[in-house]
Design a protein around this ligand. Structure first.
Ligand code: GTP
Ligand code: MG
Length: 306
């Protein structure tokens, strides 16, 4: 018995020496792709599922706390966040610092406690640009504000490229924007070896996306073939790594018969705008999987099941 207790205590000590992984991220994407809503939902982390590998999401700086307040005062009141403004200089863009704690996993083997994965904390600082930054890439060259943004973006080790999954008609526009972005990325040598780009399809509680949410690479290649091709060839050139994810900041309602927890305000070529249908039962999915991959380079099986 004593022996057994000592083993547990030693493991608990190992656990307290948690592994930390830090990353500097940037979120890019078209107007209304869902970038700010994604960040606000992550910071708020509403109605956490007790079986989720995520233990807590904590705001570390004031900007992060402001996001939580926005989630409570706007999203949870059934309203939309306002579009992010481009007037700030790249250095003044809000930098949200969050800490995401993942649970360690125990397993029992031959009456010994072993840790299959250690407690891990992902510390991220993440800037969420206005969508105009991305659309301007398409139309303007040599604009000094745009150059500043690009320069700032390249300080990051990880880029999250968010696309509203319902905007498949804009595939070629996105591919062009991405082309310009990747050209700028390739111009710099900085930390190139470690650069990762996560393509994240948002609003995947929409039925047509929801059915394929567990095949993100397939969904990206089917819906956004030009974007997918561009990213794949960038990866093949050895310039960096790419992976694909599906998410919804709003999530689903119900357990057996599920329906989107979103009330549509508009749907057009430019995408879908919505608000939460039932804010009390708000539970997003797929928010942490891309961040985990951007931080570690590995996919997290449990987070992918979300
Ligand atoms: N259905 C649905 N709508 C969403 C989701 N996430 C965001 N939206 C809606 O998409 C619209 C745009 O969301 P924002 O988060 O403001 O988009 P953004 O990318 O920050 O846009 P800019 O700041 O203008 O670049 C709003 O109507 C949101 O409520 C989601 O997961 N599902
Ligand atoms: Mg925004």
């Amino acid at each position: 018995m004593r022996d057994w207790l000592t083993k547990i205590q030693t493991k608990a000590k190992d656990l307290s020496e948690a592994v930390q992984s830090n990353a500097v991220l940037r979120v890019i994407g078209d107007r209304a792709a869902g970038k700010t809503t994604y960040m606000a939902s992550l910071a708020r982390w509403p109605n956490a599922d007790p079986s989720s590998p995520v233990q807590t999401v904590t705001s570390i700086n004031e900007e992060g706390s402001e996001l939580v307040t926005k989630a409570q005062n706007i999203l949870e009141q059934g309203l939309e966040l306002e579009p992010t403004r481009l007037d700030a200089s790249a250095l003044d863009v809000k930098d949200y610092t969050l800490s995401i704690a993942l649970k360690g996993q125990f397993s029992w083997k031959n009456s010994q406690v072993s840790l299959s994965s250690q407690l891990l904390t992902l510390n991220i600082s993440c800037k969420d640009y206005a969508g105009e930054f991305f659309t301007d890439l398409l139309h303007q060259a040599g604009n000094s504000q745009l150059e500043d943004y690009l320069e700032d973006c390249l300080q990051a080790t990880g880029i999250m490229f968010l696309i509203d999954g319902t905007t498949y008609r804009k595939d070629s526009e996105y591919a062009n924007g991405l082309d310009k972005f990747l050209m700028a990325v390739d111009r710099t040598e900085m930390i190139a070896a470690k650069r990762r780009i996560a393509l994240v399809l948002t609003k995947c509680e929409q039925t047509d996306l929801w059915v394929n949410r567990h095949q993100p690479a397939y969904l990206a290649s089917a819906r956004f073939p030009q974007v997918h091709r561009k990213l794949q060839s960038w990866q093949q050139l050895g310039a960096g790594n790419v992976d694909y994810f599906t998410t919804s900041a709003f999530g689903m309602l119900g357990t057996r018969f599920q329906e989107p927890n979103s009330k549509q305000l508009s749907r057009s070529r430019d995408g879908t705008t919505s608000v939460l249908k039932d804010p009390k039962r708000w539970r997003p999915f797929g928010l942490v999987a891309p961040i985990y991959w951007l931080c570690t380079g590995d996919r997290h099986k449990e987070l992918d099941k979300d």
